[in-house]
Design a protein around this ligand. Structure first.
Ligand SMILES: NC(=O)c1ccc[n+]([C@@H]2O[C@H](COP(=O)([O-])OP(=O)(O)OC[C@H]3O[C@@H](n4cnc5c(N)ncnc54)[C@H](OP(=O)(O)O)[C@@H]3O)[C@@H](O)[C@H]2O)c1
Length: 321
């Protein structure tokens, strides 16, 4: 069995995946980083040098690359595309997991993207980078799979459930302040999964002999109204509930939770950025784009010994503090 390489393990999802690999102690692995690091197993790489990247993958006999690059910029998207190209060239590399870890796009969207017309893909670099990666993998002989977990539960669990996400504002439901800012009417279902469980499922994927093109994982699935109702029942408190209409969200306006406002108190830039990003994600949530068919290629079913954190667990943990 060859080695695993995790790209982008200095922070966020990549760090969680690296921690899960370290806990599992079953797979040999290296961590690819743009920078030198004191962290054991780190190998410094230059993503702009594809031949050198391929040589690194061969040097360490990497058979599986797990990308968790941030994709927040066009440069990062191109760097992931270069990593895929390097994996294609490396004779030791056979499998690739691109940096997805979010909402599942419907096949129609992919088909449109395959035509080179990205009109249904959000104009953010992140999603352009994701489409670019899937297209490059489809055009390769690498075996690949994308993991869809939808929304990170981390943002609902702040500050009660530890998270490695470098940017983790509390959003939508604020358990501490018994407050909910619901995008739209709150009837659309959404899926939420904690990053810690995403890491565990990614490592579990390594044991599968053959991969489907995508897998789903989930912690919980319910509507915002149901999520608030459960929080009210378990806490025994009535929540203050604000609804942000789709029209309001389309204008880039959204209600932030008291905990989020406290986290970024005095930092107007951070509050502005959060408002801008969250109004888009809020709109997606209200439109049901953070929902998915959790029975489809479900790793929860495949690996039933992994018990992911649920919304109920999150509320219960918050009550213990
Ligand atoms: N579902 C959700 O709610 C949700 C939320 C957030 C993110 N995500 C997804 O999760 C994935 C990872 O995001 P993240 O927030 O975990 O990332 P992150 O913490 O911002 O960055 C992860 C790593 O990417 C590397 N990186 C950053 N910029 C790079 C560049 N220009 N070129 C190459 N490498 C670069 C860095 O590693 P080095 O410095 O060591 O090279 C960094 O540690 C993305 O696909 C993102 O869309 C999903």
């Amino acid at each position: 069995m060859g080695r695993v390489a995790v790209a982008g393990a200095s922070s966020g999802v990549g760090k969680v995946i690296a921690d899960a690999l370290a806990t599992e102690i079953k797979h040999e692995y290296i961590l690819l980083s743009r920078n030198p690091s004191a962290k054991p197993k780190t190998v410094q790489v230059d993503y702009s040098d594809i031949d050198a990247l391929a040589a690194t993958l061969d040097k360490y006999q990497v058979d599986t690359v797990i990308s968790a690059l941030s994709l927040a910029t066009d440069e990062a998207g191109q760097n992931q595309a270069n990593l895929i190209e390097a994996a294609k060239r490396a004779s030791s590399t056979k499998r690739f997991i691109p940096s997805e870890y979010g909402s599942r796009w419907n096949p129609e969207t992919w088909a449109i993207a395959k035509d080179g017309r990205h009109r249904d893909v959000p104009p953010m670099p992140t999603y352009q980078g994701k489409v670019k990666a899937i297209r490059a993998l489809e055009d390769s002989s690498l075996e690949f799979t994308a993991l869809y977990n939808s929304f990170f539960m981390d943002y609902l669990g702040v500050p009660h459930i530890p998270t490695d996400m470098p940017y983790a504002p509390n959003v939508f439901i604020d358990l501490d302040h018994k407050f909910a800012a619901i995008p739209g009417d709150g009837t659309a279902s959404f899926v939420a999964t904690h990053t810690r469980d995403v890491g565990r499922f990614v490592v579990a994927l390594l044991d599968m002999k053959k991969w489907e093109r995508f897998y789903t994982v989930h912690g919980s699935r319910q509507s915002m109204l149901e999520a608030v109702k459960l929080a009210e029942e378990l806490t025994g408190s009535k929540f203050t509930v604000v609804h942000d209409s789709l029209e309001k969200l389309e204008k880039g306006v959204i209600t932030l939770t008291p905990t989020a406002l406290k986290m970024y108190e005095g930092n107007d830039q951070a509050i502005g950025l959060l408002t801008q990003q969250l109004s888009l994600f809020g709109r997606w949530l209200a439109q049901g784009r953070m929902d998915m068919d959790i029975s489809l290629n479900s790793l929860n079913s495949e690996f039933s010994d992994i018990e992911p954190l649920t919304w109920l667990n999150t509320i219960e943990t918050s009550l213990k503090k």
